[in-house]
Design a protein around this ligand. Structure first.
Ligand SMILES: Cc1ncc(C[n+]2csc(CCOP(=O)(O)OP(=O)(O)O)c2C)c(N)n1
Ligand code: SF4
Ligand SMILES: [Mg+2]
Length: 386
């Protein structure tokens, strides 16, 4: 293994990952001789780069150089997360990005390099995020996961974090395979779809959007990694939403699931996509300009005063009706259509802290004297239990 070069850590031989396993997708990157597992980006910024309200440029929301296969859908999602955080003028130190294990779960390393981050165990992102959120409700929580991470090993964890209404943006980078471990079908792979080697998937698929709706998520959307115009405002709106926001992003794995026979390939999703609405997020600071014809815009006011302007494609689609969203989804799935857009939002959602009636002050900042009720209070509690 070659030695370290300043700024470049850990050279690996072409087509291998950290553990020395073959990574055919990395060949596609065309890097002569080696693949870097992590490269710090140069700090230099062009002085003319546009700045947001905080005076930050896009560069301030970036992370390290991605080591995913060139063309991986996950990298496009990373770009959309960076764009959404830039547009919202989020202070990077107020974000906690938490992930599991997988190519998708590696991506938090590639955005928000100045934020808090925790790369946890396969399928365990939701419980780590829930615990962090309980301890410090003041941070913005971004949960990044894969379809294997959330629909297979972490299915229970996913379900409980959604039903508890944890205030978070939960993004699944859904490619229908275990990309990191070389392309086995995941639980979101459609029945009848084929693996790269031609093996037919005979199991029924789990639709995480349908499950999230059923479990009470108060913001539910689906998008496509290659549709930045749709994905950026969806992520921005999900971050501003108070409650459990879930976004399933179809994200083709170019190494193992981007061939004819896959229902998560670029071509398949482009051909079968049916967008229910197009969405912009208007923050309080922006002038409200609506330049579309009357009757084509639906404005949804969120808890924090931000509004979602939905440019409707289906005239009768109502993003406030959970039951209708479930039916809509199933009806289109039966026709082989992938519905994208904001499927459901409850603007008055409550989160886990409201359910638990916790104090407004983050628990991790409470002093011992505030946490300990004192012996007389304890005696009272004990007496009530006798
Ligand atoms: C407890 C545990 N079981 C299994 C694995 C092996 N493993 C690592 S990543 C992964 C699947 C990743 O798939 P997904 O979450 O869809 O991410 P992708 O790589 O496709 O983005 C598996 C099974 C592991 N790391 N830990
Ligand atoms: S998900 Fe697929 S394309 Fe993306 S880095 Fe992993 S193996 Fe490569
Ligand atoms: Mg996957």
């Amino acid at each position: 293994m070659p030695g370290l070069v300043p700024g470049i850590h850990d050279f690996l031989f072409l087509g291998q990952d950290v553990d020395g396993r073959d990574r055919p997708g990395h060949d596609a990157a065309g890097i002569a001789g080696v693949v870097m597992t992590y490269i710090a980006k140069p700090k230099f910024q062009h002085p003319g780069l546009p700045k947001n309200d905080l005076g930050y440029t896009h560069r301030d929301y970036e992370g390290k150089v991605s080591t995913l296969c060139a063309g991986c859908g996950h990298d496009s999602i990373t770009a959309s997360i960076i764009e959404a955080c830039y547009e919202l003028s989020i202070e990077p130190h107020r974000v906690a990005k938490i992930s599991g294990i997988g190519c998708s779960s590696k991506t938090p390393d590639y955005f928000l390099g100045n934020s808090h981050g925790f790369n946890s165990v396969h399928g365990r992102m939701p419980s780590v995020l829930t615990g962090a959120n309980l301890a410090n409700r003041d941070l913005i929580y971004l949960g990044v996961s894969g379809d294997g991470d959330s629909a297979s090993i972490g299915f229970g964890q996913f379900a409980h974090s959604i039903r508890r209404g944890v205030n978070m943006t939960y993004i699944v980078e859904n490619n229908g395979v275990y990309g990191l471990t070389k392309g086995q079908f995941s639980a979101t792979a459609d029945r009848g779809s084929k693996s790269k080697k031609g093996v037919m998937n005979t199991d029924n698929a789990i639709d995480l959007v349908a499950i999230a709706l059923q479990l009470g998520a108060s913001f539910v959307a689906r998008s496509f990694s290659g549709d930045k115009a749709q994905l950026v405002p969806l992520i921005a709106a999900a971050i501003r939403h108070k409650g459990a926001s879930f976004i399933d992003v179809i994200s083709p794995c170019i190494a193992f699931n981007n061939h004819a026979g896959s229902t998560k390939s670029f071509d398949y999703v482009r051909e079968h996509n049916d967008a229910v609405n197009r969405l912009d997020v208007l923050t309080g600071r922006d002038p409200i300009t609506v330049d579309y014809a009357p009757g084509t815009v639906q404005v949804v006011e969120q808890h924090d005063g931000t509004r979602l302007a939905l440019r409707k494609i289906d005239a009768d689609y109502d993003a406030h009706d959970r039951l209708a969203a479930m039916t809509f989804l199933q009806k289109h799935a039966a026709k082989g259509q992938v519905v994208t857009g904001l499927l459901y939002v409850d603007p008055d959602a409550e989160d886990m802290h409201t359910h638990l009636d916790t104090v407004e002050t983050p628990l991790n900042t409470l002093e011992a004297k505030e946490l300990c009720p004192g012996s007389s209070a304890l005696e009272k509690i004990n007496a009530s239990l006798r």
